[in-house]
Design a binder for this molecule. Structure first.
Ligand code: DP6
Length: 352
């Protein structure tokens, strides 16, 4: 309904089998399918939006600051606005919008802020415009803003199918199992750096595909990892799943290092964490934890609730680990009662 403020809350996801490298850069069509786990809302994006004829011009505030418009607007933001405009066309309205969004965690440090931001925005716009599009369609829209965002449209464990069609119509995400299926699967996150990424992932995808000889084997390796991990998830076989997760992360980061110029997202602390998890698994005689890293040095340790305390203790002993957070699986975006758009903000953006 127009002229009403709607708010949604959504979360990032951590890829267990990663998306890296695209067959179409404009549509974010990947070379391989991927699997992720949506995190709970301790890490969240909250987004309020209103569509109204009274709004002077489209306005976007992220983490407290008005994003510059016109020439100064980032390419990503102007593309995001164009996607919202397409949703407006579908809904048959020309009203402008005011959007306010905030993350409960730092942006651009490899904690998938763009995934939760894009998924939450598409989700709330669908409600505010009364489009009633199903999750599959929302995931295709979110995918165009940021590939990994398509998986944050759903909760639990999610697969993004690479699809084969050139127009991306069969490249969407779907839930494999809800969070309740394997409720004791958790992500222990170790922050090793708060600095912004040196190479944005959208650039990294292109450099690796273009220059890494090792990458040629990556799509078939990852596709096989997707099949095998779904099987392990359905059987709740943690030992097998953990090996698939760690090998996939290592494989992706190997292709990044093999790129020219080389891309290095891991730091020395990340590597210490890999050694510590390896030692822990050896001591247990089976895999009790799996490390995985996205496009950043912060570690995600996938484990089971019963090992949480042991993993947290092991991580906190590693010099350079700044903070340890635990996230359970989440249920995906939902509409919330919170309002990030105050009356003053609304008045300032309305025509007199
Ligand atoms: C390493 O989704 O950030 O996190 O589609 O260009 O926005 P764009 O890329 P993005 O790529 C992130 C890839 C990854 C692995 C993953 O999440 O699957």
């Amino acid at each position: 309904m127009l002229d009403k403020i709607y708010t949604a809350r959504g979360s990032p996801n951590i890829a267990l089998i990663k998306y890296w490298g695209r067959r179409d850069d404009a549509l974010n069509l990947p070379n391989n399918s991927s699997i992720s786990m949506t995190l709970d809302d301790n890490l969240n994006t909250t987004t309020s939006i209103i569509f109204s004829d009274k709004i002077k011009s489209d306005a976007v505030y992220i983490n407290g600051s008005r994003q510059d418009s016109g020439a100064l607007m980032s390419e990503k933001l102007s593309f995001t606005i164009s996607i919202i405009n397409k949703m407006k066309e579908l809904a048959g309205t020309k009203s402008n919008f005011l959007m306010v969004s905030k993350n409960s965690f730092p942006s651009d440090v490899g904690l998938a802020s763009s995934a939760s931001g894009a998924a939450t925005l598409v989700y709330v716009a669908n409600t505010a415009l009364e489009l009633k599009l199903p999750g599959k369609e929302l995931s295709k829209i979110a995918r165009q803003i940021s590939g990994s965002a398509c998986r944050s449209i759903f909760g639990g464990i999610v697969r993004w199918d690479r699809g084969l069609m050139p127009d991306g119509s069969d490249s969407f995400a779907e839930q494999i199992v809800p969070k309740e299926y394997w409720a004791d699967l958790i992500d222990v996150i170790a922050i090793t750096s708060q600095s912004k990424k040196k190479v944005p992932s959208s650039e990294g995808h292109k450099i690796t595909v273009k220059t890494s000889p090792l990458y040629r084997n990556r799509p078939s390796f990852a596709e096989d990892g997707v099949k095998r991990s779904i099987d392990a998830i359905k059987k709740k076989d943690f030992d097998t799943l953990a090996e698939l997760i760690m090998r996939d992360s290592n494989n992706m980061h190997a292709t990044m290092l093999d790129s020219w110029p080389p891309i290095m997202y891991l730091n020395d602390v990340s590597r210490e964490i890999i050694n510590a998890v390896d030692g822990l698994n050896k001591a247990h005689g089976q895999n009790v934890a799996a490390y995985t890293f996205d496009a950043g040095p912060n570690a995600h340790i996938i484990t089971l609730q019963k090992h949480s305390a042991e993993i947290k203790e092991a991580l906190s002993k590693i010099p350079g680990v700044q903070n340890v957070m635990v996230s359970e699986m989440g249920s995906g975006p939902s509409i919330s009662e919170e309002r990030l758009i105050s009356d003053e903000m609304l008045a300032a953006n309305e025509t007199a």
